[in-house]
Design a protein. Structure first.
Ligand SMILES: [Zn+2]
Length: 340
């Protein structure tokens, strides 16, 4: 089968890979209906995050189940399914507490690589959620968004304790930040400040429910958020970048007693203990337990309440995967969808 493989910095190629096989009795094999490129794929692509190459790429997926192992009980061939970037049993104590991305049996789907025609998904019963029926084609981008960026933005909002009457600030205007805006709107936020300096992304943020745009970054950006909130800072701040600057911008934009939900994959971030101590800010985040939110998100998409698929502003064939990475690397695209 064809699949994307990273060979070195800025060198992604479509290769002929071995087709997936059932390895564990709890596995499923899916045929991808669509896949995509994640902002987090850019870290190894740019050579910032060291990976052993050649590395199969991709951890976002929706598709049709082709085959299941003999121990799989609820997932069946023919179903259209969505899963997240960590396979999880959904039965252990950590899963049942809502942290499936820290499942005691978790497996990273990124190591399998879903920018491909087919993929093996471990722990199928726990990991995969089937849609009510095979979806119409126009719903596929939104369902694919639920596999990671929507679920991650949603967790950012939940971790930031977004709710009715609250002012929310969102640091980061990638797909996760933009869908954090959408999540905040859906969760009832009164005011949503999107921090972005890119006009097309500002527009999408406004479409998703942002009420204010702040273009400045760093301490100037913090001062703008404070100015919009009577000098107090936001109740809830979603951090969706993962750098030292974005993390400090998030913490400093939050009022005492407020909450930061951080979902940008942390790269060389060091938090100053003394500043954190005196900030009175709650800080919670990490790899999003997307599986917790999937049934609700699928329902909202299926009933056309939300349209997170709008974050895909470039759709290519899987054959054009190298161009898909280049477009995101050069910020010509927010997020690239790939049709296998
Ligand atoms: Zn578990």
């Amino acid at each position: 089968m064809r699949g994307a493989v990273l060979y070195g910095p800025r060198d992604v190629r479509l290769d002929e890979r071995d087709g997936p096989k059932i390895v564990e009795l709890t596995d499923a094999i899916i045929r991808l209906s669509a896949t995509c490129i994640c902002g987090s794929d850019l870290w190894p692509y740019r050579g910032i995050e060291a990976v052993q190459v050649p590395a199969p790429m991709g951890h976002e997926y929706v598709g049709i189940v082709e085959e299941v192992g003999s121990a799989v009980r609820t997932i069946e061939p023919g179903q259209f399914v969505i899963g997240s970037f960590f396979a999880s049993d959904n039965t252990c104590e950590i899963c049942r507490s809502g942290y499936q991305s820290a499942c005691v049996h978790r497996e990273a789907v990124g190591a399998i690589g879903t920018q491909a025609e087919r993929a093996r998904i471990p722990l199928a019963d726990g990991t995969l959620v089937a849609t009510p029926d095979v979806p119409p084609p126009d719903l596929i981008p939104s369902l694919l968004a639920a596999s990671d960026v929507l679920g991650t933005g949603w967790f950012g909002a939940v971790a930031a304790e977004v709710g009715p009457g609250k002012t929310v600030a969102v640091v980061g205007d990638g797909a996760v930040g933009l869908l954090g805006v959408l999540a905040a709107k859906h969760l009832g936020a009164e005011r949503i400040i999107a921090m972005s300096r890119h006009v097309p992304r500002q527009k999408l943020a406004l479409e998703f429910g942002a009420t204010d745009i702040v273009e400045e970054r760093g301490d100037v950006g913090v001062a703008r958020v404070k100015a919009l909130t009577d000098g107090l800072g936001a109740h809830s701040v979603i951090e969706a970048v993962g750098t030292q600057e974005s993390m400090m911008q998030a913490i400093r934009s939050t009022r005492p007693g407020g909450h930061v939900g951080y979902v940008g994959v942390s790269h060389d971030v060091e938090l100053p203990g003394r500043e954190l101590f005196f900030s009175h800010v709650h800080v919670h985040g990490g790899p999003a337990p997307v599986r917790r939110f999937l049934p609700e998100l699928i329902d909202l998409i299926w009933n056309r309440v939300i349209d997170p698929g709008k974050v895909f502003d470039l759709a290519l064939l899987l054959d054009e995967v190298a161009e898909g990475y280049r477009a995101m690397d050069e910020r010509r695209a927010i997020k690239t969808l790939l049709w296998p």
